[in-house]
Design a protein around this ligand. Structure first.
Ligand code: ATP
Ligand code: MG
Ligand code: MG
Length: 545
């Protein structure tokens, strides 16, 4: 549990202490209309985390009351995300659609009590009658229908006798309530659509304000945790439960601030658009803030949970810097993953005075990482270095290889540039170099001082790999639409070269490519014939001001 107790846990502890509840029950209630994103991870971490911390349990409930947008594939993605983050829901997955009969029975009860009525105003008049913040609303003339008439209409609505929008069921509360949401809110609407689970049984579907509180009640939920935009819905939540006179213990709603992150979008509607219009390659595109995307990119569940924990639970909305998320994955991988060498933009170096071949011992971890392990790296006359690790006209402060400045090949020897070969257009094609036999890493007696060590691969044994470099999905902090998409968010390098030890490994592994960043073997596209690595994150925050 986090060291500092958040306001939700403070409430939970008080409720346990005063005996309001014996057992804590929470729920994570997504609508299966898209893949979950990191905002959902936040809600998962809170709901499942609180249940775990107080020996209660958390349900996974599909809030599936909108037949036109929901689908089984999203249910599966949601289950996957919760499991991958390391949580377990109690019993079976719950579905609001499984409660439709019960909800309908409660609706009938409200009608009988004179607390709900069938309204037949057209949408525009209904909106007009709601009034404004400063002006009381006006009740519909249909609010005076008798219970019998309402029951008859409601049943016929259910049976599909009316068209979409012809009638709605509304709570009879107060058309001049200061809280606009309390001005006779809608409880049911007509929708002639096939529901992915309930099929064609229903022609009416409960609204959030009616279905959510009662679903919580059915499941014995104690703390119904939602995001701030539902603050004004809390009065309806309470009204429905109170008006129906439901036996305690009953749930209460508590709100926290939604998670927002800069340079990305976090609404399923916007994410769906990116996916459907092929701006990205599916819901698990590594550029997306979806859990499937982050997972495919190479993020670990630990790093995401740690991020959720670090940012805390707030009561006011704010946007978190994506650099914080990146910090968390770097922090997690730093102590876990082996360091290997990969050259993204290869420049050939021929070491004139080297004869034969050699196997060098190379530790997978730097000294400050308490992990053991090493591999052999082949070394021979022809190697490749990163093109940008050589400069013929070095700027000030350039510490890598130049015609006048030697450099160390990591885990190997110091080399000196002897000659620069170019093609007819003046592009550098090869470096002719010399190595110093006394400068071997770990037993260097050469006395040569170098300013840096660079990665390299041996030409004969290196393997070709595809590397996918990801950048921010949007080019501005608070993206507004498709125009703000970053055109360079994905760069594919087809012929990077990697040391042979790496491709012999199984996929589903992470590495640090020395001096480049952290990489993940793509769980879907990686094959022995075409190894693919996704860049998770760079070694340092390259955007830091
Ligand atoms: P979106 O607008 O992205 O579709 P939503 O709130 O409609 O989000 P739901 O599927 O209804 O998505 O959300 C399931 C749960 O996750 C809800 O309790 C919701 O409050 C929470 N949640 C969704 N987005 C965020 C977020 N950005 N930060 C924290 N919690 C979130
Ligand atoms: Mg929702
Ligand atoms: Mg939504």
């Amino acid at each position: 549990m986090s060291e500092h107790k958040d306001f939700l846990r403070t409430i939970v502890e008080k409720d346990l202490k005063t005996g309001k509840y014996k057992n804590i029950i929470t729920r994570f209630p997504p609508e299966p209309n898209g893949f979950p994103h990191i905002g959902h991870a936040k809600s998962i971490a809170i709901n499942f985390g609180i249940a775990r911390d107080y020996n209660g349990h958390c349900n996974l409930r599909m809030d599936d009351t909108n037949p036109t947008t929901e689908d089984t594939k999203y249910v599966e993605a949601l289950k996957d995300a919760v499991e991958w983050l390391g949580f377990e829901w109690k019993g079976d997955v719950r579905y609001t659609s499984d409660y439709f009969d019960k909800l309908y029975a409660w609706a009938i009860e409200l009608v009988k009590m004179g607390k709900a009525y069938v309204d037949s105003l057209d949408e525009e008049t209904m909106r007009e009658y709601r009034g404004t913040v400063t002006e009381a609303g006006k009740r519909s003339k249909y609010a005076h229908r008798s219970a019998e008439e309402n029951l008859d209409l409601l049943e016929r609505m259910k049976n599909g006798e009316f068209k979409d929008g012809e009638h709605v069921l509304r709570a009879k509360i107060d058309m001049s309530a200061a809280n606009m949401k309390m001005r006779d809110p809608l409880l049911y609407r007509i929708r002639h659509a096939h529901h992915y689970r309930a099929g064609d049984k229903w022609a009416i579907y409960p609204m959030y304000d009616f279905g959510h509180c009662l679903s919580d009640y059915i499941e014995g939920v104690t703390h119904s945790i939602c995001t701030l935009e539902f603050e004004n819905n809390r009065d309806i939540y309470d009204w429905v439960i109170d008006t129906l006179g439901l036996e305690p213990p009953r749930p209460y709603q508590h709100e926290f601030a939604r998670l927002g992150i800069n340079y990305t979008v976090m609404s399923k509607r916007k994410l769906l658009e990116l996916v459907e219009k092929n701006y990205v390659n599916g819901w698990d595109d590594p550029r997306l803030p979806t859990i499937a995307g982050l997972r495919r990119r190479g993020y670990t569940p630990e790093s995401i949970l740690n991020f959720c924990d670090t940012i805390g639970i707030a009561k006011a909305n704010s946007t978190v810097d994506v650099a914080q998320l990146e910090f968390c994955i770097r922090d997690d991988l730093n102590t876990k993953v082996p360091r290997v060498m990969c050259v993204l933009d290869p420049l050939k170096v021929t070491i004139e005075n080297f004869v034969g071949s050699e196997e060098l011992d190379a530790s997978y971890y730097p000294d400050d990482v308490p992990k053991e392990g090493s591999r052999k790296i082949p070394f021979s006359k022809e190697i490749y270095i990163e093109r940008e690790d050589f400069s013929q006209n070095p700027p000030k402060g350039y510490f890598r290889l130049t015609p006048d400045q030697p450099v160390r090949l990591k885990h190997a020897y110091i080399i000196t540039c002897k000659e620069v070969k170019k093609d007819e257009r003046g592009n550098i094609t090869e470096i002719i170099a010399e190595y110093n036999p006394e400068s071997k890493s770990g037993s260097d007696t050469s006395g040569i001082k170098v300013k840096s060590a660079i990665q390299w691969v041996d030409a004969t044994s290196a393997k070709k790999v595809e590397v996918r470099l990801y950048d921010r999905l949007y080019s501005c902090e608070n993206p507004d639409g498709l125009d703000d998409l970053n055109p360079d968010s994905l760069k594919i390098i087809k012929d990077a070269l990697i040391e042979p030890a790496v491709v012999a490994e199984k996929p589903d592994v992470r590495f640090q490519f020395e001096r480049e960043g952290y990489f993940y073997a793509d769980p879907i596209d990686y094959t022995d014939a075409n190894p693919v690595f996704n860049k998770i994150v760079g070694l340092k925050d390259s955007y830091a001001k």
